[in-house]
Design a protein around this ligand. Structure first.
Ligand code: DCP
Length: 535
């Protein structure tokens, strides 16, 4: 790697609260919080300024802010006609459903992709994304060299406290251009979806993530390389990847060390001895702000899950929950099929026995038609296999995984890439992206001051500490779903498919899409497969 990457981290502000503001037409100045059972899971900034926080209980929140508007997350359960539907929030009989927020997240992604197909986007969670904007920044700078113009005005961004930008440094110029681009992306998202996001602009993912949280809400912050040394004096558990088990392990190993600067005093060999080569090298770089992890395009969930935790329950209750989960999963599989023209190959049931609190699972091929009733039928058989260890039961999850794309669609994808790669100026895998290395640009500007590029090892493939939880699944769990890293060609393909997607009003919820009967081209395409191709 050479030159200076420009990495953006975009994070929706008080995400679920914004979704509810838009859905219910409530002005943003009204203090609002989203509730799940007895807890608050999202608090808007108007409420935060009145002392309401996510960890307040409802009573305390109401006493601090009597005009607080509380909105419960959507809950689903069996209705009198035996179908799933919106029902009153009752933890004993209904479950939380996050479809609203998933749809909103997809809308934001689509808006970002419509902005430019040169951007490499990695979904970090339901409301945050990393974007590698290096190519687009270089393109803009090339335009300047060819006689065009490019604003070097960064007044719309904050600069990390205590730091300043130097427009004669190649690295800072790239961040300034990246910041302009970032503002344009945020404006495009706002115009299309009404949602506001904060953002961080820096040379790597960890720094841009730290930056995006510095001036919330609806602001963006640049962290230039000159700021890194001073910045890396923070509580190391605030760094993405060190907040979980790995952070705990570090605390046990080095009880006196508190900040990332403290961690810098440990030699790489010592870290490697205690934590293994890869993790040791990664932490050594991380605590210096120098980790260079690629932005990995990953638009597709690796699995779809519906889950519910409940008090220790006998088999009749388990069956009742299984039916609800089957309907939710069937809905998600159908939505996913419409969005991505793929079908899962396996159905997996996880159940937790209430005696030993151990999880057991059982899996089978996905039924040919993934309707609620078929998923329920197969789910019952899967539960039978493990019920000896799982009754009474306290948690149930029904999931779908191992996706296959429609064969014809894969062919379409090949054709798309051949065509795309042969367009003049295209570099093949990246389609329209011009093949401009940053080093070439640096070459041309030899006279200018240079600053240190970020060379460092990539993260260990599985970070023991795990990063911040991704998407809430079901009952407020923050375990999140694993995201499937897809290669550039798949990302490009998906991108080409969703480019023509409808605007926000048309796809603001799964149910709306259903009721309008509006299947995407891909949905129809997949639906017309011959039955021999069915799973
Ligand atoms: N969420 C949840 N359970 C939690 C925390 C969050 O269900 N324990 C949901 C609600 C949030 C969304 O995830 O709106 C995103 O979480 P963030 O931590 O990013 O927080 P917000 O987006 O709400 O606020 P901020 O502006 O501080 O990022």
């Amino acid at each position: 790697m050479g030159g200076y990457k420009v990495i953006l981290h975009l994070d929706l502000d008080a995400f679920y609260a914004q979704v509810e503001h838009r859905r219910l037409g409530i002005d943003r100045s009204v203090p609002l919080a989203v509730q799940q059972w007895a807890g608050l899971i999202a608090v808007n900034y108007a409420a935060r300024s009145r002392g309401v926080g996510r960890f307040c209980d409802i009573q305390e929140a109401k006493s601090r802010c009597p005009d607080l508007k509380l909105v419960h997350v959507e809950t689903i359960g069996n209705t009198s006609d035996g179908r799933m539907g919106g029902v009153a929030a009752n933890k004993a009989t209904s479950k939380a459903c996050l479809n609203r927020y998933r749809s909103a997240s997809t809308e934001v992604l689509k808006a970002m992709q419509r902005f430019s197909d040169v951007l490499l986007i990695e979904r970090a969670s339901i409301d945050e994304w990393y974007i590698d904007a290096t190519a687009l920044v270089e393109e803009r700078l090339e335009g300047v060299e060819e006689g065009g113009s490019c604003s070097l005005d960064w007044r719309e961004s904050h600069v990390c406290k205590g730091a300043s930008l130097n427009a004669s440094l190649d690295c800072d110029v790239r961040l300034i251009v990246g910041a302009k681009l970032c503002k344009e992306i945020r404006d495009a998202v706002k115009a299309e979806t009404e949602y506001e996001m904060s953002a961080g602009i820096s040379h790597n993912k960890m720094l841009s993530k730290l930056a995006s949280a510095m001036n919330k809400p609806n602001m963006q912050t640049i962290v230039p390389s000159s700021a890194v040394e001073a910045l890396m004096d923070l509580d190391y558990t605030e760094i993405n990847g060190l907040g979980g088990k790995l952070g705990e392990k570090l605390k046990t190993l080095y009880p006196n060390l508190k900040t990332s600067r403290d961690l810098q005093t440990i030699g790489q060999e010592d870290l490697a001895r205690s934590l293994g080569q890869k993790t040791g090298a990664w932490i050594h770089a991380l605590c210096r702000g120098e980790v260079d992890e690629p932005v990995k395009p990953n638009l597709l969930p690796k699995s779809l899950n519906a889950c519910k935790s409940f008090p220790a329950s006998p088999i009749e209750q388990v069956h009742k929950w299984l039916l609800i989960l089957a309907e939710e999963l069937a809905d998600r599989i159908e939505q996913d099929r419409q969005d991505f023209a793929r079908m899962p190959r396996f159905l997996v049931l996880h159940a937790r026995g209430a005696v030993h609190f151990r999880d057991h699972s059982s899996q089978s091929p996905m039924p040919k038609s993934a309707t609620r009733d078929r998923l329920y039928e197969v789910g019952l058989k899967l539960f039978e296999k493990i019920q000896g260890e799982c009754l009474p039961c306290s948690r149930l999850a029904l999931g779908a995984n191992s996706f296959v794309f429609d064969q014809k669609d894969m062919k379409k994808m090949d054709t798309y890439f051949v065509a795309s790669a042969s367009e003049p100026g295209n570099s093949g895998a990246l389609g329209k992206r011009k093949n401009i290395g940053t080093s070439a640009l640096v070459e041309k500007k030899k006279g200018k001051a240079q600053c240190k590029p970020f060379f460092a090892p990539a993260a260990p493939s599985k970070q023991p500490g795990g990063c911040r939880a991704t998407e809430s699944e079901g009952e407020g769990s923050r375990d999140g779903i694993d995201l499937n890293a897809v290669d550039i060609s798949q990302q490009k393909y998906i991108l080409s498919m969703i480019k023509g997607a409808q605007g926000p009003a048309a796809n603001s919820s799964a149910s709306k899409r259903k009721s309008s009967g509006g299947q995407s081209n891909l949905g129809q395409f997949f639906a017309t497969r011959s039955s021999s191709q069915d799973l």
